[in-house]
Ligand binder design. Structure first.
Ligand SMILES: C[S@@+](CC[C@H](N)C(=O)[O-])C[C@H]1O[C@@H](n2cnc3c(N)ncnc32)[C@H](O)[C@@H]1O
Length: 199
């Protein structure tokens, strides 16, 4: 699979990946990681976890992917076509403030996204999805209706969503991702978090 460090792309095969993961029992994947700040903060805050940031766009990753941490990796891949090397490894997944085709796939319950997630996750995996009003409005959804549709699609895919929380501008300001900060100071500082686990 294609990984990135600074401006350099590196191919990492299964042997190389397993060597990197050898000392970690918990693997957190941040899907649609953007500039990768959330994954970087996770790796710094939880040295016993391995954090993987995945995004289809490489340009935003140049800065944070330079961080020299043993428990951090950035992968260039589409959410609808996750690398086979990740199969069965991931214990926790975050999707923070998705837009574009990632958000579209959550709204439609796209089997390519849902089945791909199913294949990379462990049977006891947990999930946090944070959805913001502006991104949903761009696809013609209100925040409440869009969140409800995504909750239904997650539950249909075998997730039990047992936590729902509103994020206001203060919560967004304090959240460790670049997009959360932009939303906090933007025109529509509202988001909703859904959390759950595989049933
Ligand atoms: C609004 S940004 C949020 C970035 C980050 N999660 C944060 O909180 O700062 C949405 C990200 O989703 C990524 N994205 C959209 N569709 C995607 C897809 N199909 N596969 C992978 N990444 C995708 C975009 O490239 C972008 O970086």
């Amino acid at each position: 699979m294609e990984t990135i460090r600074g401006r350099i792309s590196l191919d990492l095969d299964l042997t190389g990946l397993y060597a990197r993961l050898a000392n970690y029992s918990r693997i957190a994947l941040d899907l649609g990681t953007g500039d990768g700040k959330f994954a970087l903060c996770h790796a710094q805050s939880f040295p016993g976890h391995f954090a993987i940031g995945v995004d289809s766009c490489r340009e935003n990753l140049h800065e944070h992917s330079r961080a020299n941490l043993p428990n951090l990796l950035y992968v260039i891949a589409s959410a609808q076509s996750l690398p086979r090397e990740l199969s069965g490894l991931v214990s926790h997944i975050t999707i923070n403030f998705p837009w574009g085709s990632l958000l579209g796939s959550l709204l439609t319950g796209d089997p390519q996204l849902i089945n791909g997630l199913g294949s990379v996750l462990r049977p006891d995996a947990t999930l946090d999805v944070r959805l913001n009003g502006g991104a949903l409005a761009e696809l013609g959804w209100s925040l409440e209706d869009g969140v409800e549709r995504i909750r239904e699609n997650l539950e249909a895919a075998g997730w039990r969503v047992d936590y729902r929380a509103v994020m206001d501008s203060r919560a967004l300001r304090n959240f460790p991702s670049t997009w959360a900060k932009r939303l906090a100071f933007g025109r529509d500082p509202r988001a909703i978090q859904l959390s759950g686990c595989l049933e």
